[in-house]
Design a protein around this ligand. Structure first.
Ligand code: ADP
Length: 190
């Protein structure tokens, strides 16, 4: 089963991805974490991505589709993957669909974590105090939210047309949201 988690920065995708990983026994894959790790280790990928990420902008579609292909070819991903924040542009959505189709797979569900803007800003500010991420400073956050609205929000409509999008109201206790996720997958995740 392949599941994509979407939503603005700070929507709680990572938290729910971890819970789903435990519940379904599938690996999670987050491009943000993979790229941050590459930057920390100073790999060629990290060197390419560092400045773009720190400014809050999106890494190129080619880079993202390359890392998705690598992930799909990993033996641990053979039974499905929980993709966390991996698709942020229409070309990435198209490329991901093609890469899955080449392997006889498709996204079984796209879960959209819906959180109002005011809540998002408060969550990122709190996370900045805890994790100290370079791209959580206010200027980079503003750019990330803008690139989300301009490039990623249209992807929701793209999935909606295909009938794979499920909206999850994502404000409230973590456990309540996890329950909504489980129900959504039971109803739509086929
Ligand atoms: P957030 O969801 O708060 O933006 P992430 O940890 O998911 O945080 O991503 C951090 C950064 O990594 C993004 O701002 C972007 O620069 C880069 N990134 C992650 N995933 C993608 C993607 N699919 N396409 C382009 N850039 C990405």
């Amino acid at each position: 089963m392949d599941i994509l988690l979407m939503g603005p920065p700070g929507a709680g995708k990572g938290t729910q991805a971890t819970l789903l990983c435990d519940a379904l026994g599938l690996p999670t894959f987050a491009t943000g974490n993979l790229l941050r790790d590459a930057v920390r280790r100073g790999t060629p990928l990290g060197q390419q991505a560092k400045a773009v990420m720190e400014s809050g902008q999106l890494v190129s579609d080619d880079i993202i589709l390359g890392v998705i292909r690598d992930e799909l070819d990993a033996p641990a991903a053979a039974n499905g993957v929980i993709f966390d924040g991996v698709v942020r542009t229409i070309p990435q959505a198209e490329g991901m669909e093609r890469l899955l189709a080449e392997r006889g797979r498709r996204l079984n569900a796209v879960l959209f974590f819906d959180v109002p803007d005011a809540e998002i800003l408060g969550r990122i500010e709190r996370r900045r105090g805890i994790e100290g991420r370079a791209d959580d400073d206010p200027a980079a956050v503003a750019i990330r939210l803008q690139s989300y609205r301009e490039q990623t929000a249209p992807v929701l409509a793209w999935y909606e047309q295909r009938g794979t999008l499920v909206r999850i109201p994502a404000v409230g206790p973590v456990d309540d949201i996890a329950t909504r996720v489980r129900r959504a997958l039971a109803e739509h995740g086929s």
